[in-house]
Design a protein around this ligand. Structure first.
Ligand code: HEC
Length: 145
C-alpha cells in the first residue's frame, strides 16, 4: 500500500466523526448541561436573527444562521440512552422516531433560511424564519416538561 492510502485509511474515521459532538467521556449531568446550553444559544441566535430579517443585511444574518444551524445539529446528538434529565421529557427515549423527526424538521427549516440568504430574498427569508420559529413550540409541547 502506498503511504497516501495508509494515511487516508487512518484519517477516514476522524473525518467521518469530526462533525459530531463528543459525548463519550461525559457524565449524564454534563450532557444535560450541554444540551441546555445549546438551547439557550438557539434562543439567543433566533432572537438576534428576528429583527435582522427585516434589514436586508444578509451577510450578518448568514453568520447568525450558521451558528444556529451548528447549535441545532449538535442538540440532536445530546440525547444518548440513559441521559434522561433536565426538562427533557422521558418521551424522547420512548418515541425517538418522532423526536428525531422534529429535530430534522428544525434543521431543515434553518437550511431553508440559508437558501433565502443565498438568494437575498427577504420575503422568503421572513417566511422561512417564521417556519423555523414555529418548530420551537411544536417540539416543546411534546418533548419538554
Ligand atoms: C426538536 C425539539 C426542540 C426544538 C425544535 C426546540 N427545542 Fe428548545 N428545548 C427542547 C428540549 C427537549 C428542552 C429541554 C432540554 C433539557 O432540559 O435537557 C429545551 C429547552 C429549551 C430552553 C431552556 C434551556 C435551559 O437552559 O433550561 C429554551 C430557552 C429553549 N428550549 C428555546 C428554544 C427555542 C427559542 C427554539 C426555537 C428557535 C427551540 N427551543 C427549539 C426541545 C426543542
Amino acid at each position: 500500500m502506498n503511504i497516501k492510502l495508509i494515511l487516508l485509511l487512518i484519517f477516514i474515521p476522524f473525518f467521518a466523526t469530526s462533525h459530531e459532538v463528543n459525548i463519550e467521556d461525559k457524565s449524564v449531568e454534563e450532557i444535560v448541561k450541554q444540551r441546555m446550553g445549546n438551547m439557550s444559544k438557539i434562543k439567543a441566535y433566533s432572537s438576534k436573527m428576528y429583527p435582522l430579517t427585516m434589514t436586508g443585511e444578509f451577510d450578518e444574518i448568514k453568520l447568525v444562521n450558521e451558528e444556529l444551524l451548528h447549535a441545532a445539529k449538535d442538540f440532536k446528538e445530546l440525547f444518548p440512552e440513559g441521559s434522561q434529565g433536565g426538562k427533557a421529557s422521558d418521551l424522547i427515549w420512548e418515541d425517538r422516531e418522532t423526536f428525531d423527526l422534529y429535530n430534522d424538521n428544525f434543521i431543515k427549516s434553518i437550511e431553508d433560511i440559508a437558501i433565502s440568504i443565498e438568494n437575498e430574498d427577504s420575503v422568503s427569508l421572513m417566511e422561512n424564519f417564521n417556519i423555523m420559529a414555529s418548530n420551537c413550540g411544536t417540539c416543546h409541547k411534546k418533548f419538554r416538561n
